[in-house]
Design a protein around this ligand. Structure first.
Ligand code: ZN
Length: 201
């Protein structure tokens, strides 16, 4: 049995920190030590922020974003274009698009992508709610901003089929050369997709 250097309370803190994405046991130990050393400056405000998050954060009943108000800030923002809905797999993708100031539209979070291997089927995602939203007369375009992976693309095809009856244009993100990318370093799949998705100059 390994020697225990700290009491159970500290060990528990380390174990919980180690569950965070990107943190292994070693970095969890360092993070715990950092928090303990900066008890007043970092740990107490962090604990308060976590408690506030537990008390106030909700999943938006319209789009699936997470926020302290429901419907969320994005859904209630009247300056946003109501005619386009950007479909993303995860809230992290929504936040990434917002960080990029990519589009001033509304969103729909599916809650993942279809993945038979992981047992994720259509009923596990918010696809029905998306189809319902797409039938709203004010919606003209559904933008599928899903990962360029097999699961992401099969989900995009599945959703597109279901949107057949809605009076909307269905679009997807372009696939191809990343900004700042050098052709010689790209894989063949990306290069072929870039050629297929070429646009007028
Ligand atoms: Zn929302």
């Amino acid at each position: 049995m390994p020697a225990v250097a700290a009491g159970p309370e500290i060990e528990r803190l380390i174990q919980l920190l180690a569950r965070l994405p990107g943190l292994g046991p070693r970095s969890a130990r360092r993070a715990a030590l950092f928090l303990i050393k900066k008890r007043e400056l970092v740990m107490a405000p962090l604990a308060a922020a976590l408690q506030t998050a537990i008390d106030k954060i909700e999943v938006c009943k319209i789009c699936g974003n997470i926020d302290t108000q429901n419907p969320c800030t994005v859904c209630t923002d009247t300056r946003r274009d109501p005619s386009a809905i950007v479909v993303v797999a995860d809230v992290a993708d929504l936040w990434a698009l917002e960080r990029a100031h990519a589009i001033n539209a509304r969103y729909h979070v599916l809650g993942g992508t279809l993945s038979p291997l992981d047992g994720v089927g259509p009923d596990d995602l918010t696809i029905d709610a998306l189809v319902k939203r797409a039938h709203d007369p004010s919606v003209h375009e559904i933008i599928l901003a899903l990962n360029a992976t097999v699961d992401g693309q099969s989900t995009a095809h599945y959703v597109t089929d279901l949107l057949h009856d809605a009076q909307v244009k269905v679009t997807r993100l372009a696939h191809g050369v990343p900004v700042g990318g050098e052709l010689d370093y790209l894989d063949e799949g990306t290069l072929a997709a870039a050629i297929r998705s070429r646009t007028p100059f």
